[in-house]
Design a protein around this ligand. Structure first.
Ligand code: GLN
Length: 185
């Protein structure tokens, strides 16, 4: 299995370290040709406005928009996967509210809960919130009652940064999702 991590901006090396722990081959994606033959793409956190601009400048925007490539989006990556007032890929039917918890200094770490009731250290950095779940969306992580992670088909959106804790569980959930569903490309 070949997984790519978008390496235009944001937390790239941390995702690589986690994928290597899972024995997954991971490559850095900077241009369209890097996307060929990928089984999945990680869109890391950073700044969604900047990411959008860089994706459009590098011409990867249209390729990703029109492909069925499974995507895991964390924080800014989750914003681009969902729907908000700015242009996004809208691959997951969720409404996303950017910078929901305030400014950079309002970033925080807190326990979140998985489906099986296990807990996970959630790192929220100027994080967005998932406000509304639409068709085909399955919640998979909660901060109290707030949904902070979900999947839709082979895509996964997390408002926090699982790559910043030495914990492979969310990456594993996504890899299982890709492996257990038939390939369409
Ligand atoms: N606040 C950023 C945005 O709106 C996301 C922050 C992050 O990815 N850590 O795009």
């Amino acid at each position: 299995m070949n997984i790519g991590v978008l390496a235009l901006q944001g937390a790239v090396s941390e995702h690589k370290i986690i994928m290597r722990q899972l024995d997954i081959n991971i490559i850095e994606v900077r241009e369209n040709k890097d996307i060929n033959r990928l089984d999945g793409l990680i869109m890391p956190g950073g700044e969604s406005t900047t990411l959008r601009k860089l994706l459009k400048n590098s011409e990867m925007w249209d390729l990703i928009k029109n492909s069925e490539l499974p995507i895991m989006g964390t924080c800014a990556g989750a914003i681009l996967l969902g729907k908000c007032k700015d242009e996004t890929f809208a691959k997951i039917d969720i409404e996303i509210d950017r910078n929901y918890y305030g400014r950079q200094r309002d970033s925080f770490e807190t326990k979140i809960t998985l489906e099986n009731n296990e807990s996970f250290d959630g790192v929220f950095i100027r994080a967005p919130a998932i406000k509304k779940l639409g068709n085909g969306v399955k919640p998979i992580a909660w901060k109290n009652k707030e949904i902070v992670g979900c999947t839709s088909g082979k895509n996964m959106a997390l408002t926090f940064h699982p790559e910043l804790t030495n914990d492979t569980r969310f990456h594993k959930i996504w890899i299982n999702l890709i492996e257990n569903t038939a390939k369409t490309f």
